[in-house]
Design a protein around this ligand. Sequence first.
Ligand code: PXP
Length: 249
Amino acid sequence: MKAGSYQRLGVNIDHVATIRNARGGSHPDPLRAAFMAAQAGADGITLHLREDRRHIRDEDLEGLIARVSLPINLELAATEEMVEIALRHKTHAVCIVPEKREERTTEGGLDVARLHHSIAPLVQTLSAAGRRVSLFVEPDPIQLAVAEAMGAHVVELHTGAYAEAALNGDKQLADYLAVQLADAARLGTKRGLEIHAGHGLTFENVKPIAAIHEVVELNIGHFLIGEAIFTGLDGAIKRMRALMDEARS
Ligand code: PXP
């Protein structure tokens, strides 16, 4: 592998909490999943504290910060309540994501161009408090320009449309969207932004995204937790790690 081309894998543990919450109680414990992810080679733990607390709860965040040594990437909506939580709980990074109560997952990137006036002060507040701020955006040059202007450190490119096209077998569209992601990654890097990517990635569709040199981190959750039912979390993470390394070798 080329020196310096290592790509970090952030494992999103939200859906361990989804299964736990289906029955109440404390099993399966997202904290235990984070320990296992660390052992399997994850480079970071990602979690999304949603406003409705449908999966991760405040006490999960507290437990992770207290007991997990990996960098923690806290995803949250651009609301006062969430920013206040991010200021009270020090994590390595904070990723601002769009959030609607009725959606099942994060559908589409944050439109930072349209929401500039409300997002920019949050980026400044979090940066001033020493958080590495990431914005989850579509691979669009305008979004990247606005993210840079706001002083974000990182953009996470939304791979959902690419992932869906690839899984639906629409190769032409998937190839086009992968090129769009690669172009955005190059442009963002030129603008001084660190580039991450994620959403909807699986063993089947990860390689073209893992191969984008400028993408230094992938955040993957739903597929890994689902696959863990069949192969265990350790096996699922190790296989994803191997596919990412193959794509970059
Ligand atoms: N990155 C961000 C910003 C997300 O909101 C999500 C989903 O919560 C992911 C990555 C992971 O997506 P998935 O669960 O589809 O792998």
